[in-house]
Design a protein around this ligand. Structure first.
Ligand code: CP
Length: 314
């Protein structure tokens, strides 16, 4: 199939075939990073702007590396050093970036729906690098890519997502992507961190970590997002670790080859034991490596749908 969207805003709106196209395109780009000269000319003459309103290490650097490996020009904008500090709106900033003839904006924002709003106002491509609690599509796609690489398939596998589901855009995008591809998804968290109605997304829910791990082929461990806990209602960090932390003792009761994932940043000793994060089941840094190929695929594909408008195709 051909890619027809100008944007990547989330996995909810994508079909299984579109997700598979991104994954297979990423497979072909993965080899580029093993070459001595890690570059292809696919986006030569294009400009990618990274517009990050929230802190990021992995996603921002990964998009920059991906764009440069495709030979695009890359510009990084952060609110601290831009006219955002003088009160410029997201849409006005986006319109100015478009007027400067950029081709793709990669945006991270604290507000859910920010990427979609930007997309509605612009003709150039918008890629969502994480919007509030809503979606983080490229993180989920690289998680799924890594699972497929390790297990060989997604259909029928059991994936447990454990941690702060309530505030997690990574969880939402993973649920959309994994269920569309036929995986069985179990969410495990304290009841207060499970959003009401999330079972309608076709997932199992438990607050018993040992039950959640016993049949899992993979466990994706999420960070406790204490900074989003405005009401200070979260379980204390040590209590959370005792009840839900991924420890070697817990992992020893799971399948021997269980795949351990984490989107990062890791809070060692809070959601995961340090030795487990660095242990033989961990693919955390492989996820980071795969993020480059995956984001190369996304930038390449959205640039193909560049001439289409949001209303026509999203
Ligand atoms: N996984 C992830 O989004 O990490 P960053 O916040 O460092 O980009």
């Amino acid at each position: 199939m051909a890619w027809t969207r100008k944007d990547l805003l989330g996995l909810e709106s994508l079909s299984r075939e579109e997700i598979e196209l991104i994954l297979s395109t990423a497979e072909s780009f993965k080899e580029v990073s093993t070459r001595e000269i890690k570059k292809v000319p696919a986006l030569r003459g294009k400009t990618v702007v990274n517009l990050f309103y929230e802190p990021s290490t992995r996603t921002r650097v990964s998009f920059e590396v991906a764009a440069k490996r495709l030979s695009a020009d890359v510009i990084n904008i952060s609110p601290e050093t831009s006219s955002v500090r003088k009160g410029e709106t997201l849409v006005d900033t986006g319109r100015n970036i478009q007027a400067l003839k950029a081709d793709i904006i990669v945006v991270r924002h604290a507000s859910s729906g920010a990427a979609a709003m930007l997309s509605r106002h612009l003709d150039i491509s918008v890629v969502n690098a994480g919007d509030g609690w809503h979606e983080h599509p490229t993180q989920a796609l690289l998680d799924i890519f890594t699972l497929k690489e390790k297990i060989g398939r997604i259909k029928g596998i059991n994936v447990t997502i454990v941690g702060d589901i309530a505030h997690s855009r990574v969880a939402r995008s993973n649920i959309w992507g994994l269920t569309k591809l036929g995986a069985n998804v179990t969410l495990c968290a304290p009841k207060m961190l499970i959003p009401v109605g999330i079972e309608e997304m076709g997932v199992n829910i438990t607050d018993n970590i040992d039950d959640a791990l016993v049949r899992a082929d993979a466990v994706n461990v999420l960070r406790m997002q204490f900074e989003r806990d405005e009401s200070a209602a979260f379980p204390e960090a040590l209590d959370y670790f005792r009840k839900f932390g991924i420890t070697s003792e817990r992992l020893n009761k799971a399948k021997k080859n269980i795949i351990l994932m984490h989107p990062g940043p890791i809070n060692r000793g809070i959601e995961i034991e340090s030795d487990v994060a660095d242990g033989p089941n961990s693919v955390i840094l492989e996820q980071v490596i795969n993020g480059i190929a995956l984001r190369m695929a996304v930038l390449f594909l959205v640039s193909q749908g560049h001439d289409k408008k949001y209303e026509d195709i999203n």
